[in-house]
Design a protein around this ligand. Structure first.
Ligand code: HEM
Length: 134
């Protein structure tokens, strides 16, 4: 059965934003060695340019995520679904917080730790979202 046009738009925007927030972090991480070898500061310039895309994408994920939740009739969802949603919200909050702390990191070690927490929790949010969608 085809999904309705409005549901298709809602989920497509949510998923498009997820590709930027999640896929962008992995892509940037993979490009960092090449950017570093291109010159001092190049990786930082690329990271700042990515932030101009990734933070709006994160905001869109929250807005369309709320829209997703609003389409579900809570009394018709299972306890397991609600638990997965709760865990997803915690993981989303962690992903955003870790990404923010990552931008303020004072050492390469902190940078690597918070960057990997942000990427891992972003991927976990995506996986939990797939389970929510059923
Ligand atoms: C890092 C942030 C997020 C990522 C990467 C993400 C990713 C995803 C993905 C990939 C799906 C699966 C769509 C599908 O398979 O059709 C999904 C579904 C869903 N997401 Fe998110 N999401 C994020 C944030 C949020 C937030 C903040 C909320 C709630 C406020 C939310 C609520 C939902 C719900 C309820 C679904 C199921 C939608 C449906 O089946 O109609 N998401 N998410």
């Amino acid at each position: 059965m085809l999904t309705s046009a409005l549901d298709g738009i809602r989920l497509s925007i949510h998923i498009l934003a997820a590709t930027i927030w999640v896929g962008g972090q992995f892509t940037l991480a993979g490009l960092v060695p090449a950017l570093r070898s291109a010159g001092e500061g190049v990786a930082n310039i690329a990271a700042r340019a990515f932030a101009k895309l990734s933070w709006p994408a994160f905001a869109i994920l929250i807005l369309t995520g709320l829209w997703n939740v609003a389409t579900f009739k809570m009394n018709q969802t299972t306890t397991a679904w609600k638990i997965v949603l709760g865990v997803k919200l915690l993981v989303v909050a962690l992903s955003g917080s870790a990404a923010y702390i990552h931008t303020k990191a004072k050492s390469p070690r902190q940078n690597a730790i918070w960057g990997s927490i942000s990427g891992t929790t972003a991927a976990a949010s995506l996986i939990l979202g797939v389970f929510l969608a059923g």
